[in-house]
Design a protein. Structure first.
Length: 219
């Protein structure tokens, strides 16, 4: 069976959650209430993010400057990309972050147009961020990350998912195997639910597992 890897961006490829960082720095509202409501199933991921991004009225360049100073790319990510390319393993970023932020950091490491990205589209209007979610391929999917996992599985792929946060819960529930950032919300969630996963701090950990998968002939 062919293997595909889907990967979150915020807190996974880069070391911070960009939305939470900006909210912490530029707002005083009790925005964590809406995250709790999403975790409890009272609002959808889209409703949660619409509310949270509406609290930020910052020019794009201010956001990027602040984030670039605060974030770094997780170790060995570039080596991981090279490994995937050398072994013909499709790699897709599936992110509930904003498109221009993902593109900015990929440009910094020299991979701006070399990776398929499924993420939120952004339109700015008078410093207000308006977001558009990827269209679901199956309207019964709970969110677009889960939808992407299931779509690849329907097309005969074994799906490995890499993530760290609450927007990754449904994808990890449905993936064939998950990597979680150690001690992250997703790591704790997978432990509680008994979801097969491996906690990582470095993309070299993912490479090591993939080497075993390839050598065992499972790819």
């Amino acid at each position: 069976m062919d293997l595909v890897i889907l990967c979150d961006f915020d807190g996974t490829i880069i070391t911070i959650d960009t939305l939470r960082f900006l909210l912490e720095k530029f707002t005083k509202d009790n925005w964590k209430t809406f995250i709790s409501q999403y975790e409890q199933g009272k609002i959808t991921l889209k409703e949660c993010l619409d509310i949270l991004w509406s609290k930020l009225r910052l020019p794009k360049n201010v956001m990027l400057d602040e984030l670039e100073r605060a974030a770094s790319v997780r170790p060995n990510f570039k080596n991981f990309l090279i490994f995937c390319r050398n072994h013909d393993i499709p790699f897709i970023i599936s992110s509930a972050g904003l498109d221009f932020i993902v593109h900015h950091f990929l440009e910094i490491i020299g991979y701006r147009d070399q990776i398929k990205i499924v993420t939120l589209k952004t339109i700015f209007h008078d410093k207000k961020v308006n977001i558009m979610f990827p269209k679901l391929l199956n309207d019964r999917s709970l969110d677009f990350k889960e939808d992407l996992v299931k779509n690849y599985q329907r097309n005969g792929f074994q799906v490995f998912f890499i993530g760290d946060g609450i927007s990754d819960y449904n994808a990890s529930l449905n993936a064939d195997f998950s990597f979680t950032i150690k001690d992250s919300e997703l790591d704790i969630f997978c432990k509680k639910r008994g979801i097969p996963h491996q906690a990582i701090m470095d993309f070299q950990d993912v490479i090591n597992v993939l080497k075993n998968v390839i050598s065992s002939g499972l790819k």
